[in-house]
Every structure is written in C-alpha cells, then in structure tokens.
Design a protein around this ligand. Structure first.
Ligand SMILES: NC(=O)c1ccc[n+]([C@@H]2O[C@H](COP(=O)([O-])OP(=O)(O)OC[C@H]3O[C@@H](n4cnc5c(N)ncnc54)[C@H](OP(=O)(O)O)[C@@H]3O)[C@@H](O)[C@H]2O)c1
Length: 280
C-alpha cells in the first residue's frame, strides 16, 4: 500500500473500498468486514448511500484500530447549507458510530454549497474532521471555489477511469494541491473494461487482470482509487496492485482510451441536476 500526504499534512491511503449501491444492510456489513480483513483501511461511504450504519457496524466488529482507518462520508444535496451541514454531520457520525471523520466531502456542487463549506470549515477547525473535501467539482467550479474559500479542499473525488481521464481537471488540482480521488475507477463495468484486449494483454505480462491494470494506471498517475466489489476474491484482486509498475509506453497506450466525457452521469443536463435534488 502507498499513501499520499494531503495539503494539510494528513496521510491518506492511495486505495480504499467504495460502498455505493450496497443498500442491503447484511451484504454491506459483510463486504466492509471482508474488505478490512483483506487489508483495506480507507472506506468510502455517503449519507445518500443509506448504508452508514452498516459501515459503522462492520468497523465495530472488525476490531480494527480506529487510528488505522480512514473513514470518508459525504454530505448530500438536501443538506447543502450551513445549518443542514452541521445537522447532517452529526447524523452521519452517529450512524457510523464514530467520534470523528477522517474525510468529509461535499457530494455535489449544488444547493448552498458555500454555506455548507463554512460549516465543514468550522468542524474541521474544531478537530472533528481530519480533512474536508469535495466531489464532482469540474475545473471551472473548483477554480471559483478555491479562489473564494478559506480552507482549500484536501480532495476532489471525481469520475476517473480510462474512458474518462480528465487531464485538465488533474492539472488544475495539482495547481491548488487538491488530491484527486477516482470514483467509478472501473467505469462501473461499462465498455467491457474487464475484458478489454489491450488491458488484458498488458496485464498478462505481469500476471495481472485488466481490473488490476486499470487501478494501477490511476494510482501511477497520482489518483487515489476506491473500487467497489461485494466479492471477497475481487477485493483481494483489486488490492493486489502494489508489486508491479506499468511502463511509460503502457501508460500512453491506456491514455488513448479517453472518450473525453462521462457515460455514467451528465451534470450538464438540467433533468439530471433536478434528479439529484431528490435522492441518488
Ligand atoms: N462521489 C461520487 O459522486 C461517487 C459516484 C459514484 C461512486 N462513488 C464512490 O466510488 C466507489 C467506486 O465506484 P462504483 O462503485 O460506482 O463503481 P466501480 O468501482 O467502477 O465498479 C464496480 C463494479 O465493478 C465490479 N467489479 C469490481 N471488481 C471487479 C473485478 N476485479 N473484476 C470484475 N468486476 C469487478 C463490481 O461488481 P461486484 O460488486 O459484483 O464484484 C461492480 O459491478 C463507489 O463505491 C463509491 O464509494 C462516488
């Protein structure tokens, strides 16, 4: 495992475990228990995933040392205001059964997210959150935000995988010292990513799968990855990416996959934005 040091000096694992679309409480709890037993220490949940209680229960049962874990949750749009964020933070903490959060993220740049950020800044200064960050902040939004707020986000979690590589977003994050984190590192399985012939061929050289090549490619360009799986064997496979290096040529070959837009979400579609104001 490798680590990155955030812009406030906090150490964050370069790989974690995502729990989106794990609504079944038993399944989620078992998956997080399995992930911790495999070695994952970063767990990425969100209020809107509806599974913070299951994540908290698994953390308790795992017996893992709290200081070794890096627990992330996210503030949903419906709580995107100063008061809403204060309330939502307490709710999430209670559901997770924790005394503090390692990372609290604004889930979307929507609603009164500047007001929400003020609340996060206060909680951060009180020591109740070790780092605060954002998600889905496109470059123009992130630039405006960083030019306005007092505490620069430590992390921006955005969609990052071979089919949507966002080089301009990564360049801007580097400028502001914001750590990029990839959601959907497997493009949620779209485009035949797990059987792609180029990725498979690259992997064969190292005795690795296409999935492992994809994760390795992102961490090698400085991106934290949080793959999701409910299968323990896949968790193990996805975690076994720290003993090989892709060559510059292989990195360049994967760079040609970029189609330059998301096939999962469209934040520029008013109907999608309206849907996010409901539950996601
Ligand atoms: N901030 C945001 O707006 C946002 C948005 C989306 C996601 N996220 C975060 O990012 C995390 C990861 O993204 P994601 O869950 O959307 O998608 P993902 O990790 O790109 O893909 C998950 C899919 O890949 C499958 N899979 C995992 N490992 C595999 C392997 N080695 N071989 C074959 N199939 C494999 C999983 O199936 P099985 O489970 O059946 O193994 C699942 O269908 C989420 O869980 C969440 O924490 C954040």
């Amino acid at each position: 495992m490798e680590y990155t040091i955030l812009n406030n000096g906090i150490k964050m694992p370069m790989e974690g475990f995502g729990v989106f679309q794990m609504r079944n409480p038993k399944e989620c709890e078992q998956a997080v228990l399995d992930a911790i037993s495999v070695g994952y220490r970063l767990i990425d949940t969100a209020a809107s995933y509806g599974n913070e209680e299951s994540v908290g229960a698994a953390i308790q049962k795992s017996g893992a040392c709290r200081e070794d874990l890096f627990v992330t949750t996210k503030l949903w749009v419906s709580d995107s205001s100063y008061e809403g964020a204060k309330r939502a933070f307490e709710n999430s903490l209670k559901k997770l059964g924790l005394q503090y959060l390692d990372l609290y993220l604004l889930h979307q740049p929507m609603g009164d997210y500047y007001g929400a950020w003020s609340a996060l800044e206060e909680l951060y200064k009180e020591g109740r959150i070790r780092a605060i960050g954002v998600c889905n902040f496109y470059p123009h939004v992130l630039a405006d935000f960083c030019e306005t707020v007092e505490v620069i986000p430590a992390v921006n979690q955005i969609e990052l995988h071979p089919f949507f590589q966002q080089p301009d977003a990564l360049a801007l994050m580097k400028e502001y010292e914001v750590q990029p984190e990839a959601w959907g590192p497997f493009a949620e399985g779209k485009n035949g990513i797990f059987t792609n012939p180029v990725l498979t061929q690259i992997g064969e050289k190292y005795g690795k799968s296409a999935a492992q090549v994809v994760l390795r490619w992102n961490v090698q360009r400085g991106v934290v990855v949080i793959p999701k799986s409910i299968h323990k064997a896949r968790m193990e496979q996805n975690f076994d990416i720290w003993n090989f290096n892709l060559t510059d040529e292989e990195m360049r070959a994967i760079a040609t996959f970029d189609i330059g837009h998301s096939e999962i979400v469209n934040h520029f579609d008013p109907n999608f934005v309206r849907a996010l104001h409901g539950r996601y």
